[in-house]
Design a protein around this ligand. Structure first.
Ligand SMILES: *Cc1c(COP(=O)(O)O)cnc(C)c1O
Length: 397
């Protein structure tokens, strides 16, 4: 019986255990102890590569980071927030937590990132701009922020997004949950907008078991995120609160694990990139298998290596491949249902979405945990090739 190959699991290969033990020995279980500060220092050092000092605030999840960053960037109930159609639901949920309504724009076909063209069209065709910023003409609501996503370890063209945001006077909060370690024009991506949000969820490139962080060059914004994450406590002795906060603090145990993982980031990025390169080479000639192209502005970590399966040319669709691989102990996963198709999300407005639907219909993420061996990658490649059935049509199952 061959061992199973999971999609993307934690790899505690460094000091994680030692650091967690240090917490246990010193009773640093909750919010006391050095590891939260150490994680924040690692992040502010990593993201300060543009020369500007960067503030990092550790929080309990990437979702919490997005929620607080949007509030701190000025998103208020009844506003609108622009999001790409293809992302994990946490992106859009964060806007809804603020009482804001998402506006969904399409992604571009080559790199699957937010489409600057679709974004620009929304502002040009559907908004008016005055001293206060942009307003959606149809709904009358203020468009407060753009929430671009750096998808699957690849950077979106954040300079283009920020140029549009500046022109129409809206804030940019980056969802960089999947992009720890990703480069944009040679620098770490995520610290260019008003705030960048990261996730240390279990399947992310660096994990704390759970966790997240907000990174920003704006000291006031960082202080506000820290304040809101700690129940907006104004007087720690008298428990005085002047506004509604949240319990979004990161426990020290999770921080300790994440500190150990952050030390390994260069190793993890290198391994993810090598796994991706091996898949590309191994699957290059399989009819009906396509890949995301790496844009010239980024060095992708290939956090979750994802292929496109053309059912006509490959001979099976992505769900059939998912099931056949699962039967062999190989875990794969389709991408998320595009956001505009989810009725629970209550979107305000939706541009024409073509590319996101098409990518979603064909995409399948392949196993790419950093501890995966070359032999295991080859086993997945061989299994995919075996399933290729170019002349068999779709009537095989
Ligand atoms: C993982 C993820 C999040 C949320 O992070 P959590 O830590 O799981 O809350 C947000 N956005 C995207 C794009 C993600 O992939």
């Amino acid at each position: 019986m061959q061992t199973s190959i999971p999609l993307s699991i934690p790899n505690p290969a460094g000091n994680e255990r030692a650091y967690v033990n240090e917490c246990l020995e010193n009773n640093w279980i909750a919010s006391v102890g050095p590891f939260i500060g150490r994680l924040e220092d690692q992040l502010s050092r990593l993201y300060a590569n543009g020369g500007k000092p960067v503030h990092a605030v550790a929080v309990s999840s990437g979702s919490a980071a997005l929620h607080l960053a949007l509030i701190a960037a000025g998103v208020r109930p009844g506003d609108e927030v622009v999001v790409p159609a293809l992302t994990f639901m946490a992106t859009v949920a964060a806007a809804r937590y603020c009482g804001a309504f998402p506006v969904v724009v399409d992604i571009e076909a080559e790199h699957w990132q937010i489409s600057a063209a679709s974004l620009e069209r929304f502002f040009e065709e559907r908004c008016t701009v005055d001293g206060e910023g942009a307003r959606n003409r149809r709904t009358g609501r203020r468009v407060a922020a753009i929430l671009p996503v750096h998808l699957l370890g690849h950077a979106c063209d954040i300079d283009a997004v920020i140029a549009i945001a500046d022109r129409f006077k809206v804030a940019v909060v980056e969802d960089a949950a999947e992009a720890v370690g990703t480069l944009y024009k040679g620098r770490q991506v995520g610290a260019d907008g008003a705030a960048g949000c990261f996730s240390f969820n279990g399947n992310k490139i660096v994990t704390g078991g759970a966790g997240g962080a907000v990174v920003t060059t704006d000291a006031e914004l960082a202080a506000r995120v820290r304040y809101l994450a700690n129940q907006a406590k104004d007087d720690p002795i008298g428990y005085v609160h002047h506004e509604l906060g949240y319990n979004y603090r990161l426990p020290a145990l999770n921080a300790a694990f994440a500190v150990g993982q952050m030390e390994l980031l260069p190793v993890f990025v290198d391994r993810k990139q090598k796994i991706a390169a091996r898949y590309r080479k191994g699957l290059a000639d399989v009819p009906g298998i396509g890949f995301m192209r790496e844009a010239n502005w980024t060095t992708s970590t290939w956090w979750l290596f994802t292929v496109l399966i053309d059912p006509e040319r490959f001979g099976r669709d992505r769900v059939e491949v998912f099931e056949a691989l699962r039967a062999q102990g190989i875990e794969t996963r389709p991408l998320w249902q595009p956001m505009h198709q989810s009725p629970t999300l209550g979107f305000a407005e939706c541009m024409e979405i073509r590319v996101a639907n098409d990518i979603h219909r064909r995409a399948l993420s392949l196993p790419c945990s950093t501890q995966m061996t070359d032999d295991e990658v080859d086993r997945v490649i061989d299994a995919v090739k075996e399933l290729s059935n170019p002349n068999g049509g779709k009537a095989i199952f």
